[in-house]
Design a protein around this ligand. Sequence first.
Ligand code: B12
Ligand code: SF4
Length: 521
Amino acid sequence: MQPIQPRQLGKVRFLEPGNRPYRRSLRNLFTYDRYIRNPSLGLTLLATVVKDLVPDTLVYSESISRIEWDDVLDADVVFIGAFTFAAPRAYELATFVTQHSDAVVVLGGLHPSLNFTEAVHHADYVILGEADESILDFLSAWRDGRPIDFPGVAYIDGDVIVHTGDRAAPTDIERSPDHTLVHRYSQMVRNNTLWPQVLASRGCPYRCDYCAVVRHWGNKIRGRSPEAVVADIKSTIAFYEQNGPRLARLLWIVDDNFFALRTWAKEVLQAIIDSDIDWAFTAQARWEVGLDDEMLDLLQRAGFTELAIGIEFLEDEAFETYNKTCTTDDIMRAIANIQRHGMNVRGLFILGADNHTRGVGARLAEFVIANGLRGMLVQSMYFIPGTPVYDTHKGRLIHRDWSKFTGNVVHYPTLMTPYELNQELVQASRTVYSYRRLIHSLLHDRGLNRVLFAGEFFWQRSVAADRAREGRLLKDLPAQTAPLPDPVELPVRRPQPLGPPRRRARSSRTAAALDVADATL
Ligand code: B12
Ligand code: SF4
């Protein structure tokens, strides 16, 4: 047995990869540059927890700043978190840190967790799932030189991947993230591309086939106490107003399904009503909430001005195919009732379902306009490994370039070509966010609605322009040929105690070289 070797643990850095790293521009001050640029709540939360153990802890988010490499490369541990669209950049950063420092490099978050057999090749360890507690176990074991043999970790040992076993979700989720731990965030808070966000609950009781979220967070919903949610809202607002009032005083409750725990949701809303918070709110929801008058009354009294409803499809056939319990009729009734309660509805949609044909984009735009939806987010169906749609459709994928899994067309649809589907996406977006509708909004909308429509107009136009450019590549695609081969994977051994982390050869690539690589992203 090897002697236990305690290690120095004086400095920890967290990195959030940006699939488009932030660059200062005039437009970035006022409108979204392809996406809203909030630093990751997850990494900030983990840094908050870790700071209790290691006071020298800081987060760099490429969504809002460049990484100061001099400050990162002498850290003892570097944590990198990624959703799917940022995984390639995460791997690039991980390789860079491994090659240029002695830090142990750890990946985590939704994509590395669902795809640990891929992620383990890019770091010393992958910590799986919600890491609020396991990250502390990891750091103290690593510091004390003890084996990393507790559940919830994956790493390579020789020619196998070790999976130490599934770990139960954390029991204590009351902590609020300390946003001051994110480099340059305080200086950015009046930027309109950043929106205050609070996570109040985790998990969702449904199992839609295309949803990666429920595979990561699980079916059991867990809510934070109403007091903790209100305290988090207050501290987030104070953080955002530290340099003076904001133009849009709107906070986003980012839960995937805030209303699934009905009694709890009512308690949280009541706590917001009883507080002195006078901001507006938005939250994501399923259609059911639209038929719940008691909840809608509470929402209105709590200051909610909008609900973002995951409508996804306009056809009952698609709801059935993808295991979404709902009908178009349910959705229409829910929209009308939410609007009757004085709130806007934003629709979240997916194009590219197996039943979708040419004209689906026009039908979608017509639905959005006819039903008075105040906002629309539309994306092509995407296929995250770990979801049922990935398993059923992986033979139809055009590529596995995760950086393009941001709602772009990435598969061969059944009844259209990829190029045609892309055109439907562009058309839906350009019809809803047309110049005519912008002028109408500027002339007739009041207050926040006018500001929001104008901001969204520029955001959606830039996304549509990107998609149109992407369309040129799709146009030249051959008709679907052989399915992509499955990635070659090492065997997985679970559960098993550790071997030493694998290190890769050092390289002469410099931080400056990586920054040059940034510019090409
Ligand atoms: C808020 C949010 C945003 C925000 C900010 C995102 C951010 N920086 O984190 C904004 C508005 C910018 C955004 C944009 C987009 N988003 Co978004 N977003 C969300 C949402 C609703 C909540 C994220 C969140 O705060 N979660 C709560 C925190 C606590 O969770 P977490 O970050 O995962 O962290 C926990 C664990 O994962 C783990 N962990 C996380 N990181 C790490 C790192 C290490 C080292 C370790 C050990 C552990 C660990 O521990 C944490 C604590 O438990 C999620 C849905 C969801 N439930 O996650 C979608 C989600 C992440 N978004 C998604 C998408 C697709 C997008 C867009 C592409 C949409 C679009 N078409 O434009 C864009 C992409 C933006 C871009 N950068 O290109 C998808 C991603 C799917 C996927 N498989 O990757 C999600 C999952 C929604 C969905 N329904 O599928 N999004
Ligand atoms: S209701 Fe929403 S969060 Fe829940 S499984 Fe379906 S898509 Fe995912």
